[in-house]
Ligand binder design. Structure first.
Ligand code: SAM
Ligand code: SF4
Length: 340
């Protein structure tokens, strides 16, 4: 005789196209201590605090996703490390690693606060971090970030590595800004045993400049790199937009995130939650479900599960970014809002 379990295991999150959702990117703030020109306007109006999910709400909603099969959680922003109390969130979420429910707790950061928090992140079970460094020229860095100090970021990276964190460097490829520096940036990252990923600019949010002026297709970057190095495709797929190569001469791994020139949606395994609790099923589409109101009207996780199911059922097949001169952003929300 067999017995039915008293409580059925929670159903996994599978969208209408059969894609299983195992990866949540969680933005914990829209604020940042930098103002990268491709990401933010100079004078941003940030959200009032009451609109942000509290740390408890962020934990509760993450836990709901983890119960439903999310195995990887990336904390992002804005700059996640400027959110007050963010380490309490990391600490509480780390219990899911201990329980074997979460494979990876990680973050994307601009690195300015890494020196301060690296050890604590390791204590909380974080093993890898992505750090955005678009240039190693201090003047270009200051210009591009509107006042950032490169030395602080580089020292943060050193402290992170010394604390035992694996570091991956992210750089947005920008025509006329870092385009001729990218090979050196890669050589530096690989020479220091760090993977590197190049990102194409995405038309998200109003920024002052015309972004098309700096749009640099990664196909062009790849061609230039191939004149210098041998790039061998690696079949690795993370369910995300990155495609990877091994650079024979450096031995390092290089990723290309090309949302505009390459369609990467068929294997998509992820969803994004903004710091206000809006769940976006696709970075490039507007449909979303408000989880904050559900979190605030009921302590019952069944209602939360139901809202998540509704969102998953509406996950679009793919996006359709368009970057065309004068057309403005495809979506009015900034990357700092949705989380990169
Ligand atoms: N503040 C952190 C950082 O800079 O890494 C995390 C948030 S940031 C929004 C995440 C990533 O998105 C960064 O690597 C950043 O360079 C990238 N990003 C921001 N705006 C972008 C845009 N319009 N197009 C492409 N990438 C962008
Ligand atoms: Fe801040 Fe990151 Fe946006 Fe730069 S890319 S302004 S560091 S959120």
């Amino acid at each position: 005789m067999t017995y039915q379990p008293v409580t059925a295991p929670p159903a996994p999150l599978i969208d209408p196209f059969g894609r299983r959702l195992t990866y949540l990117r969680l933005s914990v703030t829209d604020r940042c201590d930098l103002r990268c020109r491709y990401c933010m306007a100079e004078h941003m109006v940030f959200l009032p605090r009451k609109d942000l999910l509290t740390l408890e709400e962020l934990d509760r909603v993450s836990t709901a996703f983890i119960r439903r099969g999310v195995r990887k959680l990336r904390i992002t922003g804005g700059e996640p490390l400027v959110r007050r109390g963010v380490m309490d969130l990391f600490r509480s979420l780390s219990r899911h690693i201990g329980d074997g429910l979460l494979d990876e707790l990680t973050l994307t950061t601009n690195g300015t606060q890494l020196g301060r928090y690296a050890r604590e992140l390791v204590d909380c079970g974080v093993r890898r971090v992505n750090v955005s460094v678009d240039t190693r020229n201090p003047d270009v860095f200051r210009q591009l970030t509107r006042g950032g100090d490169l030395a602080t970021v580089l020292s943060g990276i050193e402290k992170a590595r010394a604390a035992g964190l694996a570091v991956k460097i992210n750089a947005v490829a920008l025509r006329g800004i870092n385009e001729f520096e990218l090979a050196d940036l890669i050589a530096w990252a690989h020479g220091s045993d760090m993977d590197m990923t190049l990102i194409e600019t995405m038309p998200l949010g109003e920024v002052e400049a015309d972004r098309t002026e700096h749009y640099l297709p990664l196909s062009e970057v790849r061609e230039r790199l191939e004149a210098r190095w041998t790039l061998a495709d690696i079949p690795e797929r993370t369910g995300g937009p990155a495609r990877y190569v091994r650079v024979a001469e450096t031995g390092g791994k290089l990723g290309f995130i090309t949302p505009l020139t390459h369609n990467f949606c068929e294997g998509c395994n992820r969803v994004r939650l903004t710091c206000t609790g809006t769940l976006f099923m696709c970075l490039g589409q507007a449909n979303a479900v408000d989880l904050r109101s559900v979190l605030r009207t009921s302590n019952d996780d069944a209602a939360l599960d139901e809202a998540i199911d509704r969102a998953v059922a509406a996950k679009p097949k793919g996006h359709d970014f368009v970057i065309a001169r004068g057309r403005g952003p495809a979506l009015s929300r900034h990357m700092s809002m949705t989380g990169g």
